[in-house]
Ligand binder design. Structure first.
Ligand code: SF4
Length: 309
């Protein structure tokens, strides 16, 4: 089975704990304003993935509005390379004519530095082989984490890779925005050891405003499903100044998290600006370019206030 990989990070420590190799899958159906991986958004096969994942069905009649919004974000500011990718992607979303195969070359930055796997098809067997090589580093709770982009858009590919990894005794985590819930995705959830689930916002309006996707119900359905099957979950929320950096919001997030017994912990992460250079690099408008990183002191104060309630 073929998948599309953005990149691998071989010594990650933040996604699932311990030493982990993180596989960043290419393609995402959200456009979070605080995204630090905008280079993972587009892929030559986005329309095909979105259609297969039923995301399009859930958003019938709204996709074109979202696409227009996304296009407006980038209007007039695309670099030659990202313009090529956007034209390809937006065209596919709008006319539903995804190519049968990816015929683009690996993405390169303006200085021609190769981005190793972006937009390139890779067999699950080849990816698994690469990952198994890192197994000696996975002692004491390490392993592989699939992230993105949105790995659920390639659920069957990820599940096939996970199957091989599990046969080789490797712990696997899945880091997802929970934006899709169908039979393929459920099978993937069943196959992994841990789910790192984003609870980005606590209302559908906020999801639409700040992530350009009306997926709040899908996120809640997913959390219910993961609770039902007893899957360990780390819940993750990014706190951004002017969007959700207040005690009332933190309490609402906590209220949702408290509904589910399978949640190991709820991590609140401060918004950071490390991805800003990518927006410049790829000529994408950065909606938060005037914001600074949230300090850990402010985050600590907010989360402590939440605990004291
Ligand atoms: S889901 Fe993740 S990769 Fe996709 S836009 Fe949001 S932060 Fe970025």
């Amino acid at each position: 089975m073929i998948g599309y990989i953005h990149s691998l990070e071989t010594m990650g420590t933040d996604d699932g704990g311990k030493i982990r190799t993180v596989v960043f899958m290419q393609g995402c159906n959200l456009r979070c304003v605080y995204c630090h991986n905008p280079d993972s958004w587009n892929s030559a096969h986005s329309a095909e993935l979105i259609q297969n994942s039923e995301f399009r069905i859930q958003n019938e009649g709204k996709e074109s509005a979202h696409s227009a919004q996304r296009t407006a974000h980038n209007e007039g500011k695309e670099s030659a390379h990202s313009a090529q990718r956007t034209a390809h992607n937006e065209g596919n979303i709008n006319n539903n004519s995804a190519p049968a195969t990816c015929n683009l070359q690996p993405a390169t930055s303006k200085d021609s530095t190769p981005m190793p796997y972006a937009l390139c098809p890779m067999p699950s067997t080849e990816l698994a082989k690469k990952l198994i090589r890192f197994k000696p580093y996975f002692k004491n709770g390490g392993g592989v984490t699939f992230s993105g982009g949105e790995p659920l858009l390639q659920a069957d590919f990820v599940r096939e890779t996970v199957r091989i990894l599990k046969e080789n005794g490797i712990h696997v985590a899945l880091d997802t925005a929970c934006s899709v819930l169908n039979e393929s995705v459920k099978a993937l959830y069943g196959a992994v050891d841990l789910v790192i689930a984003d609870l980005k916002f606590f209302s559908n309006e906020d999801y639409i405003t700040h992530a350009h996707a009306d997926i709040f119900n899908t996120v809640i359905d997913t959390l219910n499903y993961l609770n039902k099957i007893g899957k360990p979950v780390i819940l993750r929320t990014v706190i951004v100044q002017g969007i959700n950096d207040n005690e009332e919001s933190i309490l609402k997030y906590k209220e949702i998290g408290d509904r589910f017994k399978n949640i190991i912990r709820h991590e609140f992460k401060p918004f950071h600006t490390m991805g800003f250079s990518k927006y410049k690099e790829f000529g994408i408008t950065n909606p938060l370019e005037n914001k600074s990183a949230l300090s850990s002191e402010v985050l600590e104060r907010l989360v402590s206030a939440q605990k004291s309630e």
